[in-house]
Design a protein around this ligand. Structure first.
Ligand SMILES: Nc1nc2c(c(=O)[nH]1)N[C@H]1C(S)=C(S)[C@@H](COP(=O)(O)O)O[C@H]1N2
Ligand SMILES: [Mo]
Length: 261
């Protein structure tokens, strides 16, 4: 483990809110610059507008509803990738994830490489929330993990950082080929108290179908933002720095990047 003792760069609430706000305006322009058709860029600006009005109606910092243990769904449907075939993942899984390291890098002062034991040593948060998939199902589950904000403060975000990218092990084709899943969020969601990297589900070690060894919970957004099988977290300054044009595996295929609920 590295970097626990380095001097932190405190990220003031006002500075990340301002940066997050600036990023929304830049997105529409960036979409046009990437040579999208007019209808595509209109869709992007409509999305930005929805996002802005949503922000006016419900503060982005508001908490998602939390539920009682008695309300936990007896079955939480595993969806999308459920058993990644990538050889690096299979090797880690076969070793019980003992050699797993979460990389945190990009626009940070101090890149981190953390084992699961390192993650479990940090303050934990447990929350019971409702997962909402665009395919039309929901499930209530209990998640335990470390707040993303805790890790980002430890790594020390550089002032240019605007988005956090989650790089995953799996290609949705369940083969070695094909683009790997990824997702991204802005700093408002990154610093949100319910945004955690979960290693336990319903009081047990997170299983492979639901994203072992580590998955994101970003509770104010839809299911496809909840990146499973995370191998690396990267701070970037723009969409151009991401693996695809629209900031996520499904957003690159037409889904909204900001999937607020
Ligand atoms: N790495 C990765 N993350 C992913 C997916 C995926 O296929 N790969 N599917 C997404 C979708 S569409 C949903 S609904 C949820 C499903 O989470 P679950 O398997 O725990 O139900 O994970 C999301 N995160
Ligand atoms: Mo989903």
């Amino acid at each position: 483990m590295t970097g626990t003792a380095h001097p932190q760069t405190p990220l003031s609430r006002r500075s990340w809110l301002a940066r997050a706000g600036a990023a929304v305006g830049v997105m529409t322009l960036a979409a046009c610059q990437r040579g999208q058709t007019i209808s595509e860029s209109l869709r992007v600006s409509a999305e930005a507008l929805t996002r802005r009005s949503q922000r006016l109606l419900i503060p982005r910092e508001a908490l998602a509803p939390e539920y009682q243990p008695s309300q936990i769904s007896p079955f939480f449907k595993p969806n999308g990738s459920i058993d990644p075939a990538a050889s690096d993942y299979v090797a880690l899984k076969d070793g019980g994830f003992a050699d797993y390291r979460l990389m945190i890098d990009g626009l940070v002062e101090q890149p981190l490489s953390l084992s699961l034991a390192d993650l479990r040593e940090r303050p934990a948060r447990t929350q019971i929330t409702k997962h909402d998939c665009v395919e039309g199902w929901t499930a209530i589950g209990q998640w335990t993990g470390v707040r993303l904000e805790t890790l980002l403060e430890e790594a020390g975000l550089m002032p240019e950082a605007r988005y956090i990218v989650f790089h995953c092990f799996d290609a949705l084709t369940q083969t070695e080929e094909g683009p790997r899943y990824y997702e991204s969020i802005d700093l408002v969601d990154a610093m949100h108290p319910q945004t955690i990297l979960a290693y336990d589900m319903n009081g047990q070690t997170l299983g492979v179908p639901n994203g072992a060894p580590l998955r994101l919970r970003v509770e104010r957004q839809l299911g496809y933002k909840q990146a499973k099988y995370i191998r690396r977290i990267e701070a970037v300054d723009s969409f151009e720095a991401m693996p695809g044009p629209r900031g996520g595996y499904w957003p690159d295929r037409g889904y909204e990047w900001y999937a607020g609920i």
